[in-house]
Design a protein around this ligand. Structure first.
Ligand SMILES: *[C@@H]1O[C@H](CO)[C@@H](O)[C@H](O)[C@H]1NC(C)=O
Ligand SMILES: *[C@@H]1O[C@H](CO)[C@@H](O)[C@H](O)[C@H]1NC(C)=O
Ligand SMILES: *[C@@H]1O[C@H](CO)[C@@H](O)[C@H](O)[C@H]1NC(C)=O
Ligand SMILES: *[C@@H]1O[C@H](CO)[C@@H](O)[C@H](O)[C@H]1NC(C)=O
Ligand SMILES: [Zn+2]
Ligand SMILES: [Zn+2]
Length: 669
């Protein structure tokens, strides 16, 4: 039980008059930030009270060892914390205090602590996406964290301006701690340089003087801008400079551990990870190789061999990964090796909230926990959020809507975000031209045809939680600003088959279809888990039973119950399980024509970016009638190219303003 006396804290704040922060705009604005008294000893929040975690929740402890890691990945700009989810309500300032406190604690017990980040710091939150380049301000927030190892993800590489900013600001800031082994950047002077300070880092840890060789890899990413070059792992392992480097360090230099971190999933289903491991193992047969990964946004832990494991620490500032190692420097004899994974490693997925942060860093009160730097960062975030008006409230979401925690295929499941988008949101789309205004006639929707709007679910990034729907939420559910196209007048039967064709097969389209996936890597990972585990109610029941049996008699809330290669007890917070359901590749709205009737023809509207998939499916739907297919395909035109005004986030906003503007609309579900 944490000793936070809120009555006292609030009384103190009221007396010193800090509690004057107004709810601006007639109460329709979230107020960001935490407010401190004059000597920074007490901090409180004027936010929605839901942002405080439950300080009674049962936790599994960390076991500090001689070498310890904190790992973040795929933060995507969520440095404000999750305002409608108390489980993930800490902000980046809290995380910074956590890192500082953990370093003190670990070092006081004679251990080393290394902080690692594996990229994707943009796209997915208003804090990063409302500035140009994306991350202009949120990177400055991120950079207050004292990382020992840091690298790039694919979201640093789409937009040239983002890559440039990252390369010119963040790389020099972190210096030798920012590395990349297989990503290069074309500088203004036309030279290809490594996207980092170097391709590797060899260093000694501060306390124990462990000699660490570190490398960093991005998965085989092809979508980078023209100033980016990614050499896939399968090719880079044949480069002489890399084999020379590994030969030198394995033969001439002491190496106590390899730390290989990068933006690549750790699952053994990801072929590149295994190729890399086999390659590194051939140089270092007896050395511990510790991997840290990312990109698929899940919590995961894999055992590659008896001296090598891999941790992946979720997404969106929901998780801080913890890993500790002991007795890893002398593993020659087979008994020591055989016991290593079970005896000398601990992994934990820490929920991103103050209860977890304070407990693990052994701070009993919030004033002991807070650090000057952490508080200053919280204040900065508050300033940026207010400047970007992220707190503007458009309405109140009545209950949680989930992507994969609700069952899209069960029409009665009111919590399905995908079903909601299909039925209420996509139907609000209207034809409109912005930049193509003078170059193409506006599609004339006579209302005579039915209409179907199709989006790929990969464009939906996050659940929508009960509570205020703010300007920030425009970016969290779907940060993309896609344009829409239409194929007018598709015969009804064929239009109706498109979704089925696109959703057939497991999670990747069968061979012959376009090779890019309509799902996000995260959804693919979820679907894979659903399939592997059968995800039957019985299986889930068993898992829950295992968790309950070992953690008897405690009050549990819903949350992550991660199953990884070490079992089901990796999460720090003991939760009740949330189910996972299969996520389809695409969803499709349907509206009848004039007077709501089904009509012989349907206008099919979709993101331009999935046009090749739509045409592929249409071709199949048309079967032998290739003439029909070709005449339809030829008619594909832009329907709405006003990407900002008509992205899914803005369509949601329209709905929220119309239907959920009153607070009382919140239900308990
Ligand atoms: C690497 O970092 C060191 C230390 O910050 C710095 O002196 C050096 O110039 C950097 N080199 C490159 C290529 O960025
Ligand atoms: C690790 O090393 C310590 C100190 O040398 C020893 O007491 C402990 O038994 C070792 N643990 C394992 C799992 O080998
Ligand atoms: C759209 O088509 C209908 C029916 O052909 C026509 O009456 C109407 O004037 C057209 N509208 C525009 C804006 O072209
Ligand atoms: C939402 O608002 C629209 C437009 O005002 C209205 O047609 C619709 O019935 C409303 N839906 C609900 C569920 O209130
Ligand atoms: Zn990501
Ligand atoms: Zn990624």
């Amino acid at each position: 039980m944490r000793n936070i006396n809120w009555a006292v804290a609030l009384a103190a704040l009221v007396t010193i008059g800090v509690f004057t922060v107004s709810l601006k705009n007639e109460g329709r604005q979230y107020v960001y930030g935490r407010f401190v008294d004059e000597d920074h000893s007490i901090r409180a929040t004027i936010q929605h009270d839901a942002t405080w975690p439950d300080f009674d929740e049962p936790l599994r402890d960390l076991r500090l060892k001689s070498l310890n890691f904190l790992h973040t990945t795929d933060t995507h700009g969520w440095y404000l914390g999750h305002l409608n989810q108390k489980q993930f309500s800490s902000d980046w300032g809290d995380y910074i205090s956590f890192g500082i406190n953990m370093r003190d604690l670990v070092e006081s017990e004679g251990g080393d602590l290394l902080l690692v980040d594996t990229g994707d710091r943009h796209d997915g939150n208003g804090l990063s996406d409302l500035t140009f380049p994306h991350g202009e301000l949120s990177d400055l927030v991120f950079m207050r964290a004292d990382y020992d190892l840091i690298t790039v993800g694919n979201h640093e590489l789409y937009e040239e301006t983002v890559s440039k900013y990252e390369y010119e600001k963040m790389v020099p800031y972190y210096g030798e701690r920012f590395i990349s082994t297989n990503v290069e950047y074309l500088t203004d002077s036309g030279e290809w340089r490594i996207f980092g300070n170097s391709t590797y880092r060899y260093f000694e840890t501060r306390v124990n003087g462990y000699k660490v060789l570190s490398l960093s890899f991005l998965f085989n990413f092809l979508g980078g801008n023209s100033r980016i070059r990614v050499t896939p792992i399968s090719e880079i392992i044949r480069k002489k400079w890399l084999t020379d480097l590994l030969t030198y360090y394995s033969e001439e230099m002491p190496v106590d551990a390899l730390v290989v971190f990068g933006h690549i999933p750790v699952t053994r289903d990801w072929e590149e990870s295994l190729i890399l491991h086999e390659f590194l193992r051939s140089y270092f047969p007896d050395t511990v190789i510790q991997y840290f990964g990312g990109h698929s946004h899940i919590r995961d832990f894999a055992v590659y061999d008896e001296l090598s494991t891999a941790l992946q620490s979720g997404r969106y500032c929901e998780t801080v990964g913890f890993l500790s190692l002991s007795n890893f420097t002398d593993l020659q004899d087979s008994e020591a090796r055989a016991q290593f994974t079970s005896e000398s490693i601990q992994r934990r997925y820490i929920d991103f909230n103050l209860h977890s942060f304070m407990h693990h860093s052994k701070k009993d009160t919030i004033s002991e926990f807070n650090t000057r730097k952490g508080l200053a960062v919280s204040k900065d975030i508050e300033g940026i959020a207010n400047e970007l008006k992220l707190g503007d409230i458009y309405g109140y979401v009545p209950h949680n809507f989930y992507m994969s925690t609700a069952n899209y295929f069960d029409k009665s499941d009111k919590k399905s975000l995908l079903r909601f988008l299909e039925e209420k949101i996509l139907v609000q789309l209207e034809p409109k031209l912005c930049s193509l205004k003078d170059r193409q006639p506006l599609y004339n929707e006579t209302g005579e045809n039915s209409r179907s709007v199709i989006i790929n679910t990969g464009s939906i990034r996050y659940d929508m939680y009960k509570g205020p729907f703010t300007r920030n939420a425009l970016f969290t559910v779907s940060p993309f600003s896609n344009k829409w196209k239409v194929i007018p007048g598709v015969p009804r039967k064929m239009a109706a088959r498109l979704q089925g064709i696109l959703n057939a097969g497991a999670y990747i389209l069968s061979s012959g279809g376009p090779s890019t996936s309509l799902l996000s890597p995260h959804q693919e990972a979820i679907n894979m888990k659903v399939e592997e585990e059968g995800e039957t109610l019985q299986k889930r029941g068993e898992l829950q039973q295992t968790i309950m049996d070992t953690d008897k008699g405690k009050r549990l809330s819903f949350g992550y119950t991660t199953r990884d290669e070490l079992g089901v007890h990796g999460d720090d917070t003991i939760h009740r399980e949330l189910p996972n359901f299969h996520v389809p590749n695409v969803i499709q709205s349907f509206e009848g024509g004039a007077k709501g009737k089904k009509t012989p023809l349907t206008d099919v509207v979709f993101y331009d970016f999935i046009e090749s998939h739509i045409l592929w499916a249409l071709k199949i739907a048309c079967g032998d009638d290739t003439e029909l297919y070709e005449s339809l395909a030829r008619q594909s035109i832009y329907y709405n190219d006003c990407a900002k005004e008509y992205n899914v986030g803005h369509l949601l906003k329209l709905y929220v303003e119309k239907n959920w503007s009153e607070r009382g609309s919140e239900l308990d579900m």
